[in-house]
Write a protein that binds this ligand. Structure first.
Ligand SMILES: [Zn+2]
Ligand SMILES: [Zn+2]
Length: 248
């Protein structure tokens, strides 16, 4: 069991910044949304849907399951009614953020979030507890892909096909520095600056290709992301970067 901590989730930090800096919501509305999510987390905890908080959910399908669960949960529905829909409004706002459907409307440049630094508690307990969540991160990946307009960040001309789920060009999200190296970093690796939108060929090449073919791609990624990674507290020389990503 993880102790409840203030702002201990990257999605929570991003969501707060999204509301404050991009949606330009008042402090009182932000507080209302936070209260709503706190209460929702409590309901989810008592039903064993989460260990600690709604913000620990990093997978979009899981978030959808939770949405359906809440729709059918009587305690929640009654609470929401008494609270003049404050809870469902809060969840809706969060869902809009998590699915990135609000990003396009207000034209968010995802790199504007890079100054939000996040340190990871590398104690073994936390890592084993959250490792399955860390791996997928589809919420963050989808947000990044949308912000990249579903274009391959190695070469915008790489084309694929139209994905059924999004009705956009099919792309994949990739952690530039693999999450399995989290232990070597204080800064959280599961952040926007460390996630890239790639076409499936470039993506598979990075995972399954030979070093000499991976290296040019990694060099491109390093030069385009070095600064953004730095902003998020992920500081690496080119040699260290190649070393780490080639052995991935
Ligand atoms: Zn990958
Ligand atoms: Zn590509």
């Amino acid at each position: 069991m993880i102790d409840s901590k203030l702002d201990s989730y990257i999605l929570e930090k991003y969501f707060k910044s999204y509301n404050r800096d991009f949606q330009k919501l008042s402090e009182s509305s932000i507080k209302h949304y936070c209260e709503a999510i706190k209460k929702i987390s409590q309901i989810l905890r008592s039903s064993n849907k989460v260990q600690d908080s709604l913000y620990e959910i990093t997978d979009l399908n899981e978030l959808d399951d939770i949405r359906q669960f809440l729709d059918k949960n009587q305690e929640y529905q009654e609470l929401d009614e008494r609270g003049h829909r404050m809870y469902s409004c809060g969840f809706k706002k969060y869902y809009e953020f998590a699915t990135a459907s609000g990003f396009e409307k207000i034209g968010i440049n995802i790199s504007d979030f890079d100054n939000i630094t996040d340190e990871v508690d590398n104690s073994p307990v936390l890592i084993t507890d959250t490792v399955s969540h860390y791996k997928r991160s589809t919420i963050l990946k989808n947000q990044v892909m949308l912000s990249s307009h579903y274009l391959c960040e190695i070469n915008k001309k790489h084309t694929t096909f139209t994905a059924k789920a999004s009705n956009k060009q099919y792309m994949e999200g990739h952690h530039i520095i693999p999450i399995k190296y989290q232990k070597e970093f204080k800064a959280n690796l599961d952040v926007y600056s460390n996630i890239i939108c790639l076409c499936p060929i470039c993506h598979r090449l990075l995972h399954y290709g030979i070093d000499s073919e991976k290296e040019p791609l990694l060099t491109t990624i390093y030069s385009s992301r070095k600064e953004r990674l730095n902003h998020s507290g992920i500081v690496l020389t080119k040699d260290d970067f190649l070393d780490l990503t080639l052995r991935a």
